[in-house]
Design a protein around this ligand. Structure first.
Ligand code: ZN
Length: 489
């Protein structure tokens, strides 16, 4: 999801409600009647925070998903549950973000965001209603998110590299993995949001069990994501920002027993119809991981990592992990117009580090510079090979290759091949790369899971991905007449 802009810091404080806490004071939670100390803001100020943060949040999470019908559908589900809440002094705005990260969050002023990645994972309308009702619960209780937990910050591999070279920018490149604008709530706030969420879900006529069925899908998705990323915790997903556990959610559902729903609604078929064809995984403007290739059709380049390296497309950079501590970090930066690329590497990017063998090279017709830096990675000595490629007047693309001590010459050669695999894409080549999409297909009599697993267009774990996507978490089979989601290109 690499972008050309740097994340702003002011928003973090704003969206988190740091300003809210600073306002101090004490008010009453309209839903529980309890006094709360987070310091409620005047409604007008909440509205201002919501409005001001919106452009930044959209920029951080890929913008609004460009499907008006789907946006209207999600808004209508959100309004249905919000109308049953205790807070009607705010107007609620529900937005689907064009991001494959699985997340949802609430910003003061009634602004609730949900990603298309989360929509793809849900199996019925009640599950989405449950997510939105939970977020409405945060708005009603005026929860401000707490300081980020370590797990929320851990992000992709790069976040924990701990690179030290004497250059702050080089270290930073390895540390900013996946931090985003919204941080996590406390467990108490989560329980309260679930309790309120179940209440609104029931009042709106949905099946409250959707709350725990979707949490099971979220957990399974999070575990599979970690497995696919070689054991690294998933980057900034809903499980890190909303720390919830199955037993607490079930307790919330049990405590809401008084809101028994007659003929509870799941609305599975209509939901699957609404999300049929939705983009799945990265969108072209975020770049695609395709096996060993990273391709960015919008910016117009691609490169290939060595065999046995696992590519991850993070919020701020692309990371590829190999074995034995070998890592590639790739990102975008800007240089002053007219600054030679060698000077950029020496005086700007790696300022403060002691460079060895700084040289000018040419990568497929583009001017580039490279140097070796002796440093440490997680306290262990390691070499870092830096490569800066001048893409146009100001745009620079950068590789940082982490070479563990006693690395083989084969590894060093494979890193060279990755450097020289970086090339521009023509418009015609770029057009060949299309995003993956969800396809909703009917199950015929005699169709087993294996038939649909064979149709999954994914790089790894097709059966696990199919099961997680369809909530088939206990190894169960399929029923004729039911519809299932598969990933196609
Ligand atoms: Zn929450």
């Amino acid at each position: 999801m690499i972008r050309l802009r740097t994340a702003t810091r002011w928003l973090a404080a704003l969206a988190l409600g740091a300003g809210v806490a600073a306002a101090g004071g004490c008010s009453t939670n309209p839903a529980t009647g309890e006094r709360i100390f987070t310091g409620a803001l005047p409604v007008a100020q909440e509205e201002q925070i919501g409005k001001q943060s919106r452009p930044e949040i959209l920029a951080e999470f890929g913008g609004e998903y460009p499907d008006e019908a789907l946006q209207r559908y999600v808004q209508s589900i959100g309004e249905l549950v919000a109308a049953t809440s205790e807070r009607t002094d705010v107007s609620y705005t529900f937005t689907v973000l064009n991001s494959d990260v699985v997340n949802a969050f609430a910003v003061p002023g009634g602004y609730i965001y949900i990603t298309r990645g989360l929509l793809a994972l849900a199996n019925n309308e009640a599950e989405i209603a449950g997510v939105l009702a939970h977020e409405v619960g945060h708005i009603v209780s005026r929860h401000s998110a707490q300081r980020a937990t370590q797990s929320a910050l851990a992000g992709v591999a790069a976040a924990v590299l701990g690179v030290a070279t004497g250059s702050s920018q080089v270290a930073q490149m390895a540390q900013t993995g996946g931090m985003a604008v919204i941080q996590s709530y406390s467990r108490e706030q989560e329980f309260e949001a679930d309790t309120l969420g179940v209440r609104y879900l029931s009042r709106a006529g949905y099946d409250p069990s959707a709350m725990s069925s979707f949490l099971a899908s979220l957990n399974a998705h999070s575990n599979l994501e970690a497995k696919m990323a070689g054991g690294n915790p998933p980057e900034f997903n809903i499980m890190s920002t909303h720390p919830r556990t199955q037993d607490r959610v079930q307790r919330a559902v049990a405590e809401a027993g008084g809101y028994a729903v007659r003929n509870p609604m799941l609305a599975r078929d209509i939901y699957l119809q609404k999300i049929d064809g939705i983009v799945y995984g990265d969108a072209p403007e975020q770049g695609f991981v395709r096996g060993r290739d990273f391709v960015h059709p919008t910016l117009g380049f691609r490169f290939r990592v060595p065999e046995d390296f696992r590519l991850m497309n993070g919020a701020q950079q692309v990371v590829a992990k190999g074995s034995g501590g070998a890592v590639i970090v790739f990102d975008a930066a800007q240089r002053r117009s007219g600054l030679p690329i060698v000077s950029y590497l020496r005086d700007d990017w790696a300022a403060g580090a002691s460079l060895q063998s700084l040289e000018r090279i040419t990568v497929n017709g583009m001017e580039a510079a490279t140097a070796l830096v002796k440093g440490t990675v997680q306290g262990q000595p390691a070499d870092l090979r830096l490569v800066a490629i001048a893409f146009d007047g100001t745009q620079v693309f950068r590789f940082m290759f982490v070479i563990p001590s006693r690395a083989s010459s084969a590894l060093i050669e494979s890193f060279q091949r990755t450097t020289y695999s970086f090339q521009r894409l023509s418009a015609a080549e770029a057009a060949r790369y299309q995003p993956k999409r969800l396809d909703v297909v009917p199950v015929g009599s005699g169709d087993g899971v294996s038939r649909f697993v064979g149709m999954m267009n994914v790089d790894s774990y097709p059966e696990e991905q199919f099961r997680v996507l369809n909530g088939l978490l206990g190894g169960e089979g399929l029923l004729a007449g039911q519809k299932v989601k598969i990933v196609t290109e």
